[in-house]
Ligand binder design. Structure first.
Ligand code: B3K
Ligand code: ZN
Length: 844
């Protein structure tokens, strides 16, 4: 496969002044007629006229009304064109019913829908399918289906057709079309400028009752973007459509967002609190793209973080505002460490702005999204809130309607604040997680922190230069009082000191408060200091972090030396748990212990080869010890976690339920499942029902409950995904593989539905000890299914192959087994470009 390089960027030789498309829909033979007005692009180098097009049957083509016979290749079409403006017309045939890759125009449960980002539009018609070519679109859809939707505003809806016009010039990746038997949950929003906007959530008949939450989330997002970023909506209609078969969460097509049904449909009976929060965040994310992504898009796909990092940062801020900021920050860091750190520290490491790719779909990664968001957070921390919003205003003013770059983005910050960001830019170009270490000294009332930073090599980047690391620090006095409030130190050198004067005694530092930069803090902070911070830190993140690191060390000592869980830590944590002044959601997070994969990474970082079985055993033992040690306080915590009011998925109630679920898990360790069985039977919402079922699965007392759950929910696909996933994800290492083998034979397993495939095979990959079973059965099972899926849906298959990215961490036996599976995948004839790139990068 061909590699594309950032440095080779060149603009397209023509502009598309307008695009007119007519669709005559038919499952096996849809006709797409395009009328494209081209004009030479004065700024572009001379080039052949080439339009992207894949898997299209060309019926006819013409220029200015004259039939032409273009040169057609598997990648597109080439022809001679006039030197001035001209009209290009083409008619092509495509087969949406046969499209199993779910990219381009495809069918899901009898409805037509599209997914064009990044390069799917070329499977719909011939077009310059690149984000820097923007055009207004007019779309006519002809079909007998009752609901026919496209981007922009309605022009005319009649018997068997609909016409839409999107006045905002957009790249082809934002094109969307939907046709089907759908019903709408309608709403209305008036923008602050007075525009009345019709809102709809479109779903299949029967799902109407699962729409109100998405609608409320949309309105809240629209208001928030006006209030916080000053951004208003710009069309008279905003449609959201739920689709069952979808490769990702959702897509921000202009005025017509298409969502995985799992990211829209919500009801208390069928969705957990976590689902509600995720739906709210995804609705917000896609809506926020209207400005950060659509009005200002990316010049090329290397700039993907320009829209994704920023939009993730915006949705994280939104959730933090709506719910609890510390709880949101801790959850985001957990996610970053679970998904982005392994990427940054393994064979798939790439900069936030990659410089080459074979298949762009492989770069919708945690690095581009979540580390991309961290980079924006650091920028905001460095310049301060006021200057941040000044820079954003300038960004919107200067680049509205542009296809922009990271250089453009940084320039608005430089111009708005007068800062030089050339060193900061390394966050975009250097891959890898920086390591930070500090030394302390104290003399004559002056306390000095000396930082050292370095970034380990990553594939293709041996040498790393120092980065700008904003380190938020506060100092605590010996009695636990805060003597210096949080201040942000800017570490820019490989080694750099900062002093604090006028202190009467040596303070205890609280470093990297709020996780102010995505780095690994390497200090072996003494256990006493961590216990002190756990008891006294005023920064909730670092308080949580202190406990988390004590937990990690305790578990590591269990794994390597068979040590007992750390009693001093458990007692100190027990104190925090009984602080009724702390919000329940925060205490629920404090009860969480490092995941087994996190321990594997921590051990590997210390030069210890992780043993998955030993990690599993140590984790089980810790849970058992926690339960026994805190037995006395569990009833009071359970009492506090009770929610008497009617179910609402807000932060307060969800926090209580999260605490209640964590307490039930501990209780189950003591009573073998009696309380969980009662909770399962008495559950009045999915959060409780699933929490109880999880406890029963872990306790190995799940047979009847799983049957009952199945009987109750067998007709609800989204709930059934939970049923499939849970019994694998939480199974013991001895049975996880067998359960997966049984479930892929279940009549309701459907490998062509990405949600179902992920629920089952993703759960196996996420069961650390089960997946890493020493005999390699877990590896083989996953590889078998990835090979199978790759021939139909390369995007989802390649994405899930990431489960193998940590293969070099493990013992020789496991390494050999995983390598053999990667090689087996690589050797498969006809392997997709997506999968072949992923596997070859992992093999190095
Ligand atoms: N922009 C889309 C992701 C498209 C993925 C293409 N493989 C959703 C989002 O980030 O909002
Ligand atoms: Zn996005």
């Amino acid at each position: 496969p061909r590699t594309i390089y950032l440095q080779d960027y060149a603009p397209f030789g023509w502009q598309v002044q307008s695009a007119h498309l007519t669709f005559r829909l038919a499952p096996e033979a849809t006709r797409v007629v395009s009328r494209l007005h081209f004009a030479p692009n004065p700024g572009a180098p001379a080039q052949d006229f080439f339009l992207h097009g894949e898997e299209l049957t060309l019926i006819r083509a013409s220029i200015d009304g004259e039939e032409i016979t273009p040169e057609v290749t598997p990648e597109g079409l080439r022809c001679e064109v006039p030197s001035g403006p001209f009209l290009f017309e083409a008619e092509v045939e495509i087969a949406p019913a046969k499209n199993t890759a779910l990219e381009g125009l495809y069918m899901s449960n009898g409805m037509y829908c599209t997914q064009c980002e990044a390069e799917g539009f070329r499977k719909i018609t011939y077009y310059p399918d690149r984000p820097d070519v923007m055009a207004p679109f007019e779309v006519r859809i002809e079909s007998d289906l009752p609901v026919l939707l496209s981007n922009g505003d309605k022009v005319e809806i009649g018997e068997g057709f609909a016409e839409w016009h999107d006045p905002w010039p957009k790249p082809s990746y934002l094109f969307a079309l939907v046709a089907g038997e759908l019903v709408n949950h309608a709403g209305q929003f008036t923008t602050r400028g007075g525009r009345d906007v019709e809102l709809n959530v479109w779903v299949r008949p029967g799902d109407e009752h699962k729409c109100p939450f998405a609608m409320e989330s949309l309105k809240t997002s629209m208001r928030w973007d006006e209030d916080v970023y000053g951004r208003e909506y710009d069309l008279d209609i905003f449609n959201i459509v739920a689709v069952d078969d979808f490769n990702m969460g959702a897509m921000e097509n202009k005025g017509l967002n298409i969502f995985n049904s799992s990211a829209v449909l919500a009801s208390p009976d069928t969705s957990t609190d976590a689902d509600f929060e995720r739906i709210e965040a995804i609705i917000a994310h896609e809506y926020f793209h209207n400005w950060t992504g659509n009005r200002i898009t990316c010049r090329d796909w290397f700039q993907l973080c320009l829209k994704e990092g920023l939009t993730v940062f915006r949705d994280q801020s939104f959730t933090a505002d709506l719910r609890s900021a510390p709880v949101k920050r801790i959850s985001d860091v957990l996610m970053l460490r679970a998904r982005q750190f392994p990427e940054d520290q393994g064979p798939l490491a790439h900069p936030v702005r990659p410089e080459s790719f074979q298949e762009i779909n492989n770069f919708y990664t945690a690095t581009v999204y979540e580390k991309g968001a961290e980079v924006i957070g650091m920028l905001k921390r460095l310049v301060g809130d006021e200057d941040y919003f000044k820079a954003l205003d300038l960004y919107f003013e200067r680049h509205d309607g542009d296809a922009a770059t990271i250089e453009d983005w940084l320039a608005v910050f430089e111009d708005a604040t007068g800062r030089d960001l050339s060193q900061f830019k390394r966050w975009y170009s250097q891959a890898g997680t920086p390591r930070l270490r500090y030394e302390e000294s104290f003399a004559d009332g002056t306390y000095t922190l000396t930082f050292h930073q370095h970034t380990p090599p990553t594939p293709g980047q041996e040498e790393k230069a120092p980065q700008v690391i904003p380190v938020a620090v506060g100092l605590l006095g010996p009695n636990g009082d805060e003597v210096v409030e949080t201040r942000v130190l800017e570490v820019t050198e490989a080694e750099q000191s900062f002093s604090f004067e006028g202190l009467s005694a040596q303070p205890v530092p609280s470093v990297l408060r709020g996780f102010s930069a995505p780095v690994v803090l390497e200090n072996d902070i003494p256990r006493e200091t961590r216990l002190f911070l756990l008891a006294h830190d005023t920064d909730p993140f670092n308080r949580w972090e202190a406990s988390r690191s004590l937990a990690r060390e305790s578990l590591m000592a269990s794994v390597t030396e068979g040590a007992e869980p750390d009693g001093a830590w458990l007692d100190a944590l027990g104190q925090v748990l009984s602080e009724t002044g702390l919000e329940p959601a925060f205490r629920a997070l404090m009860l969480g212990v490092p995941a087994q994969a996190e321990l594997a990474r921590a051990l590997h970082e210390k030069g210890v080869t992780p043993d998955p079985e030993a990690i599993w055993t140590a984790s089980e033992r810790l849970a058992q010890t926690m339960a026994a040690r805190w037995e006395g306080m569990l009833p009071a915590l359970a009492e506090e976690a009770k929610v008497e009011a009617d179910y609402v998925p807000d932060a307060e109630q969800s926090g209580k339920r999260a605490l209640g679920s964590a307490v039930l898990a501990l209780q189950t360790r003591l009573d073998g499942g009696a309380a969980a069985l009662a909770a399962f039977d008495g559950a009045t919402n999915m959060t409780q029902q699933l929490a109880a079922l999880s406890c029963l699965v872990r306790a190995g007392r799940d047979k009847q409950a799983l049957e009952a759950f199945h009987a109750q929910w067998k007709n609800d696909k989204l709930v059934m995904n939970k049923w499939f996933g849970l019994q694998i994800a939480l199974a013991g290492p001895d049975v996880a593989v067998e359960r997966t083998e049984a479930l892929v034979k279940h009549p309701q397993f459907d490998a062509s539905n990405p949600n179902r495939f992920r629920a089952v095979l993703g759960a196996l990959a996420g069961n650390h000890a089960g997946f890493h079973r020493a005999d390699g059965h877990g590896y083989r099972l996953l590889a078998d299914h990835l090979i199978d899926l790759d021939s139909r849906n390369p995007q989802t298959a390649a994405r899930m192959a990431v489960a193998f990215q940590t293969w070099t961490r493990y013992d020789e036996g496991r390494q050999a087994l995983m390598k053999a599976e990667l090689e087996r995948i690589a050797a498969k004839p006809g392997l997709s470009r997506d999968m072949s790139e992923m596997v070859s990068r992992m093999l190095g």
